[in-house]
Design a protein around this ligand. Structure first.
Ligand SMILES: NC(=O)C1=CN([C@@H]2O[C@H](COP(=O)(O)OP(=O)(O)OC[C@H]3O[C@@H](n4cnc5c(N)ncnc54)[C@H](O)[C@@H]3O)[C@@H](O)[C@H]2O)C=CC1
Ligand SMILES: O=C(O)/C=C/C=C(\O)C(=O)O
Length: 487
């Protein structure tokens, strides 16, 4: 153990940056706090423009070597990273839960397996990329997926390693080098990923991890002229700042942002299924960008829907996220809790009724809340809360349902509950959303395009769309004549 290693639930985590295949400490640190009990976990290196420049330089130096590796070699190493993730799944799960307060059972059974899958999927998809030649008047067109260069990946705290590796894996598969900047509220599993990647044989400088505050090291990274791609998941205000920095260097951007997604429940829906889907929106204490936080229910079934919803929500167990029985853990940080409660109290002051919840509990826990009597143009209906807070509104027909569903500045996702296939087709065709689920929620296939419309994002990642973003596509047109051997 060194001064720079902390032990988190039995797992050693290095608190320094990982730059050019070496651990690098900053002079300053920041304190990482566990949302479970607000105890200090450790002091983490607080990067500045100096570490940002060092990481970009390391990524730039490592780029030609990694870009020149064969696709099969890259795929082999990414599968080895996935093996490492699977081997250390238990460590990753408990460290992530300690760091961001999300359920240990979810990390074990869903999230960390998905982290490994992120690497396996993009390793395999790389080998399936289409590069068939085609002809134009006897000339051959050859499309190549050229690596772009160093990529800066900036990620949030709500699903730290899953959202980070959803970007890291395709960026590396494409032959790029990476500088990952995890959120300062959940820095730990990114450090473990650096260890795992090094053990898997990823060459030095191909993956770099820089810790610190967004406004300090994050902004230095996104303004760096040697960066060839920026991919960001997080809030809209931060996205706007990053877009300004990227504009100065014309760095291509991919932005996955917030949402205020609707769950439309029609009278012909299976109400048991619909209420299950609604209660599921409290997952991760409501800190899910895709969450359908606006429940829109057809008037004729609204009372019955509410009755069943309240009954199911009352059965949710809120408490320590390490306990197997817990359904809802804490929110990430005192500032986030303050923000959530502010939204709720302002809504209530404006006339909303808390059917359940509407208040804080001990520590960083917020009671699962359902608000009715909310106006369509109110803050609580229009703004992302990012906590366990849902609103319920009613509609009288399909046209009104679609109008309410589309009436925010977001367009990340939407969920439709209906027993009528034709209605499902009609309604989904009119919804503005990057992903629409019908009678289901959060079913993810990594080959699908993923992203948001309007203020929920710019661009799409997933499957070939990820390679479109992370590669510099090149078309080489070769004439049939001009060769020395036949004139
Ligand atoms: N769409 C999503 O998945 C997420 C949405 N959010 C939304 O954002 C709200 C605020 O959460 P925050 O953690 O403050 O999100 P944020 O957008 O400030 O932070 C996300 C990431 O961006 C970095 N960052 C911040 N400022 C930066 C800058 N100027 N340049 C480069 N990087 C920068 C942060 O260090 C972090 O790694 C939440 O309440 C929620 O509404 C937050 C996390 C995830
Ligand atoms: O499945 C994905 O790639 C993204 C999921 C997003 C979240 O889990 C989230 O923002 O909470």
């Amino acid at each position: 153990m060194t001064d720079h290693t902390i032990t988190v639930a039995g797992t050693a985590v290095d608190t320094r940056h990982w730059i050019g295949g070496e651990r690098v400490a900053s002079a300053e640190t920041f304190t990482d706090v566990s949302p479970i009990d607000q105890s200090a976990i450790g002091e983490i290196s607080r990067g500045t423009a100096t570490e940002a420049a060092a990481a970009v330089a390391a990524a730039k130096a490592a780029f030609p070597g990694w870009a020149a590796t064969t696709w099969t070699e890259r795929a082999r190493i990414l599968h080895a990273v996935a093996d490492g993730v699977e081997k250390r799944l238990e460590d990753l799960a408990i460290v992530e839960t300690t760091d961001n307060g999300a359920l240990l059972r979810s990390h074990r059974r869903g999230v960390m397996p998905r982290v490994a899958h992120n690497f396996r999927f993009f390793a395999d998809w790389l080998l399936r990329l289409d590069h068939d030649d085609f002809e134009t008047r006897g000339h051959t067109n050859h499309v190549s997926w050229d690596p772009a260069g160093p990529c800066v990946l900036i990620t949030p705290w709500n699903a730290p390693l899953m959202l980070a590796t959803w970007k890291v894996a395709p960026a590396l598969a494409a032959g790029n080098t990476v500088i990952l900047k995890p959120a300062e509220w959940s820095p730990l599993t990114a450090s473990l990923l650096a260890d795992i990647a090094a053990e898997a044989g990823l060459p030095a400088g191909v993956l770099n991890v820089v810790q610190g505050y967004g406004a300090e090291v994050g902004s230095a990274l996104v303004s760096h002229p040697d960066v060839r791609r920026i991919s960001f998941t997080g809030s809209v205000p931060t996205a706007k700042r990053i877009a300004e920095s990227a504009a100065a260097n014309l760095t291509p951007l991919s932005l996955e942002l917030g949402g205020k997604s609707p769950l439309l429940v029609f009278a012909d829906a299976d109400l048991d299924l619909a209420t299950d889907l609604a209660v599921e929106q409290y997952d991760n204490a409501g800190q899910v960008c895709l969450a359908a936080t606006r429940i829109l229910v057809e008037e004729s079934v609204a009372d019955e829907f509410t009755r069943r919803f309240v009954e199911k929500a009352a059965r949710l167990d809120q408490g320590d996220p390490r306990d197997e029985a817990t359904d809802i853990g804490p929110n990430i940080h005192a500032r986030q809790l303050e923000k959530i409660d502010g939204f709720v109290q302002r809504a209530v002051a404006a006339g909303a009724r808390a059917v359940i919840g509407g208040h804080r509990k001990d520590g960083l826990y917020y009671a699962p809340t359902l608000l009715t009597d909310v106006a369509q143009d109110s803050e609580i209906v229009q703004e992302e809360v990012f906590g366990p807070v849902l609103t319920l509104q009613t509609f009288s027909d399909e046209e009104e349902a679609v109008r309410l569903a589309n009436d925010t500045r977001f367009g990340l996702a939407a969920t439709v509950a209906t027993g009528d296939r034709e209605r499902a087709d009609r309604v989904t065709a009119q919804l503005v959303a990057g992903t629409v689920w019908v009678n289901c929620f959060f079913v993810r296939d990594l080959q699908a395009p993923f992203g948001g419309s309007r203020h929920s994002g710019v661009g799409r990642e997933g499957g070939t769309w990820s390679f479109d973003f992370y590669c510099d596509l090149k078309n080489t047109v070769t004439a049939p004549k001009g060769w020395k051997d036949h004139g």
